[in-house]
Design a protein around this ligand. Structure first.
Ligand SMILES: Nc1ncnc2c1ncn2[C@@H]1O[C@H](COP(=O)(O)OP(=O)(O)OP(=O)(O)O)[C@@H](O)[C@H]1O
Ligand SMILES: [Mg+2]
Length: 365
C-alpha cells in the first residue's frame, strides 16, 4: 500500500462549546487532488487550518508522509513553517502593497533563502503560473485572475509537499473561474502535486477532483470519486448537495430472486439492483433516490416493469430542454426531458426507472 501524503485520524476542533470539526478522518494519496466539499460553516477552512498548523486539534492525529505533525495524545505539534505546505487563503489572495516579485518571494525571505536562489525560485514559480515578466508590477495593478495566479505562485515557490487551497477561485467571474480551473488541474498533474482543496461549489469539486469528501456540520458524510458520490450518494444530504435528486418513499418487498420497493398509491413497483440490496428487511420503509436525468418520461400505456404512473402538473421550457413537475405515488417530483416528445400539463404519463441507477437508503439517512 502507498503511504498517504497526509492523513487525518479522528481530528476534532471546537471553538467554545461549538464543535467546528468532529472526528474527521481521511487520507490523501500522493499526487491526488482531494476536495472538501460542503455548505458554508461546515468546517472546511478550520480543517485546512488544522492541516497547515494554524490551529491545534484538541483530539486526534494528523500525519504527514506517515509522521505525526499534530497529536495532543503524543504531545506533538509542528509549527506551520516546519510543515512545508503551500496555502492559498480564502479571504485575501495577495498583499496589495508589494510587487508581484515580493509577494512570491515572501515565503522564501521568511525562510532566509539566499538572494540568488530566491530570484531563481521566484522566476520559476511565476513561469509555472504564466506570469513571467510581471515581477515589478504592483499587486493591485493586476486582474483578478492574475492576482489568483500570484497567490498560487507564492504557495508553490518553495515546492511544498502539499498544496492547501481554500476556495481560491471564488473571487473570479464565471468565465475566468473555468479557465483557472483547467489551468490549476493541468499544473497539479504536471507537478504531481498533492492538493487539499476546499470549495462549496459542487461543479468545481466534480470537475477538479480525484476524490471528494462531503462535509456536513464538521463531520464527513461520504468520501468517493465524483462519479461515486453523484451516482451512489450515501445520504440524502450528499445527493441533494451534488445536484437534483428524485426521492420516493416505499416499502421493501423481498422474494427469493429479487428485491423491489412498493409505493403507497402507486400502480407499480421498482426492482432494486443487486449491489443495492444490502441489509434491508422485508417490510422496511426506505427511500429510493434517483437523478432526474435517469428517469424517462413515456406516454401513458399498459403497466410495465420498473414503471410508475404519474401526472404532469407543470411544464417549464428551459430552451435546451423541458422541466416537468409531476405527481407520482403521492409525491411531487421535478424531472427533465428533451424536446422531442412533449407532454402537456394534466397529461397522464409513465415514468421509467433504471434499476441499476437507483440508490436505496434507510429512512434516517
Ligand atoms: N476563530 C473562530 N472562533 C469561533 N468560531 C469559529 C472560528 N472560526 C470558525 N468558527 C466556527 O466554526 C465553524 C466552521 O467554520 P469554517 O470557517 O471552518 O467553515 P467553512 O466550511 O470554511 O465555511 P465557508 O464556506 O463559509 O468558508 C463555523 O460555525 C464558524 O462560525
Ligand atoms: Mg471557509
Amino acid at each position: 500500500m502507498i503511504k498517504p501524503a497526509l492523513e487525518l485520524l479522528e481530528v476534532t476542533k471546537s471553538y467554545g462549546d461549538s464543535t467546528a470539526v468532529e472526528r474527521m478522518s481521511f487520507a490523501l494519496r500522493p499526487g491526488e487532488f482531494f476536495t472538501l466539499l460542503g455548505p458554508s460553516g461546515c468546517g472546511k477552512t478550520t480543517t485546512l487550518r488544522l492541516v497547515a498548523g494554524l490551529e491545534e486539534p484538541e483530539a486526534g492525529e494528523i500525519l504527514l508522509n506517515g509522521v505525526p505533525i499534530a497529536s495532543p495524545k503524543l504531545g506533538i505539534f509542528l509549527p506551520p513553517d516546519k510543515r512545508r505546505m503551500g496555502m492559498v487563503f480564502q479571504s485575501y489572495a495577495i498583499w496589495p502593497h508589494m510587487t508581484v516579485f515580493e509577494n512570491v518571494a515572501f515565503p522564501l525571505r521568511v525562510r532566509g533563502e539566499a538572494a540568488q536562489s530566491l530570484r531563481q525560485k521566484v522566476s520559476e514559480a511565476l513561469d509555472l503560473v504564466g506570469l513571467s515578466g510581471f515581477e515589478q508590477r504592483g499587486a493591485t495593478e493586476l486582474s483578478g485572475g492574475q492576482q489568483q495566479r500570484v497567490a498560487l505562485a507564492r504557495a508553490l515557490v518553495y515546492t511544498p509537499t502539499i498544496l492547501l487551497l481554500d476556495e481560491p477561485l471564488s473571487n473570479l467571474d464565471a468565465k475566468l473561474r473555468e479557465q483557472m480551473r483547467a489551468e490549476l488541474r493541468a499544473l497539479q498533474r504536471r507537478l504531481n502535486l498533492s492538493v487539499l482543496y476546499v470549495t462549496h461549489d459542487q461543479s468545481e469539486a466534480m470537475t477538479l477532483s480525484d476524490r471528494i469528501a462531503v462535509v456536513r456540520q464538521g463531520k464527513l458524510e461520504q468520501i468517493g470519486s465524483p462519479v461515486e458520490i453523484y451516482e451512489r450518494p450515501a445520504t440524502t444530504f450528499v445527493g441533494d448537495f451534488l445536484g437534483r435528486t428524485v426521492v420516493l418513499e416505499g416499502t421493501v418487498r423481498k422474494s427469493e430472486q429479487s428485491i423491489f420497493v412498493e409505493f403507497p398509491g402507486g400502480d407499480g413497483r421498482l426492482s432494486i439492483g443487486e449491489e443495492q440490496r444490502g441489509s434491508f428487511a422485508e417490510g422496511e420503509t426506505v427511500r429510493v433516490v434517483s437523478r432526474p436525468e435517469d428517469i424517462q418520461i413515456l406516454p401513458i400505456g399498459p403497466a410495465a416493469p420498473n414503471q410508475l404512473k404519474a401526472t404532469v402538473n407543470e411544464v417549464a421550457y428551459l430552451g435546451d430542454r423541458l422541466e416537468y413537475t409531476v405527481g407520482a405515488c403521492g409525491r411531487t417530483l421535478v424531472l427533465v426531458a428533451g424536446k422531442q416528445e412533449r407532454h402537456a400539463a394534466g397529461a397522464e404519463i409513465r415514468l421509467a426507472f433504471d434499476p441499476a441507477r437507483l440508490t436505496l437508503l434507510p429512512l434516517e439517512k
